[in-house]
Design a protein around this ligand. Structure first.
Ligand SMILES: *[C@@H]1O[C@H](CO)[C@@H](O)[C@H](O)[C@H]1NC(C)=O
Ligand SMILES: *[C@@H]1O[C@H](CO)[C@@H](O)[C@H](O)[C@H]1NC(C)=O
Ligand SMILES: [Ca+2]
Length: 255
């Protein structure tokens, strides 16, 4: 029996609802969202244990971005600067991430979406994706012959999927113009089964260019962040109801 002398089905239901809505408490958070829900307000580097204490993956540091409504996990690598490529021949950019590929893939798997920026600036330097002259590799070492913004379509850059490459609309990439004008092929890779990019290769290169590969950025599951109107309304109703139960026991006893 409760202090109110009722069996308090309502009160018990309330406790259960509150428990479901409030953030889960654990020693090491599994995601940036969990860090945020535990009260952290400032974006910055936080330590995650993505698969929890029982899971085999070790803790590692990520950057959590709390600046927007979406909670973003940013996974940096060692080669985010724009890399100048002046000599011909083969070019290979190997990326090393803060965290192992297993840890990063675990973040990807628990995210709603992930993206990674890929840009090639070129002068007299075609990508020739359809001829398998350029590609990037996935964590399981498959080669992807598709550039940023092309939605994974093989042999194409973004302009190729939209048929608006310059100067000729039927090119696959702007860089395939292979002329003396500086051109750019860029966009985001978004295929969560293929990310992160582990390396980028250009073979039998000509001309000059710059390669840029951004960090991997993932959006956390929204779960119960009170950022949606219905959650705020529900939260308010529960608070008012809880206050009512606390301060008006006499009234409650009649229930
Ligand atoms: C690109 O242009 C250069 C010189 O303009 C030429 O030598 C080269 O063969 C061209 N490459 C391709 C793939 O067409
Ligand atoms: C690209 O990275 C993968 C994984 O680290 C590695 O196995 C592969 O040899 C690399 N490719 C090249 C061309 O070095
Ligand atoms: Ca673990």
């Amino acid at each position: 029996m409760s202090p109110y002398g009722c069996n308090c089905l309502l009160l018990r239901s309330l406790v259960i609802i509150l428990a479901l809505i409030s953030p889960q408490v654990s020693s090491q958070q599994a995601s940036c969202l969990a860090v945020r829900l535990s009260g952290a307000e400032d974006s910055g580097t936080y330590t995650l244990d993505v698969d929890g204490q029982e899971g085999p993956l070790a803790e590692f540091d990520v950057y959590c971005d709390f600046s927007g409504l979406d909670t973003m996990t940013v996974l940096h690598h060692n080669s985010e600067d724009r890399t100048r490529i002046s000599s011909g021949g083969d070019f290979h950019l190997q990326l090393t991430y803060q965290g192992s590929l297993e840890q990063i893939q675990a973040v990807v798997q628990r995210s709603v979406s992930c993206q990674q920026f890929l840009r090639y600036e070129c002068r007299n330097s075609p990508l020739r994706l359809a001829e398998n002259a350029s590609w990037w590799e996935t964590p399981d070492n498959s080669r992807v012959y598709s550039w940023g913004g092309a939605g994974g379509q093989t042999g194409l850059c973004r302009c190729g999927t939209q048929q608006n490459c310059q100067p000729s609309l039927d090119q696959s990439c702007n860089c395939d113009a292979n002329d003396t004008v500086w051109r750019t092929d860029e966009g985001y890779l978004t295929d969560m089964t293929a990310l992160p990019v582990v390396n980028v290769s250009l073979t039998a290169r000509e001309g000059e260019g710059y390669m840029t590969v951004g960090p991997l950025t993932c959006v956390d599951q929204p779960e119960f962040l009170p950022n949606q109107p219905w959650q705020m309304v529900l939260g308010t109703i529960i608070l008012v109801f809880a206050a009512f139960l606390t301060f008006m026991p006499a009234f409650v006893r009649k229930w």
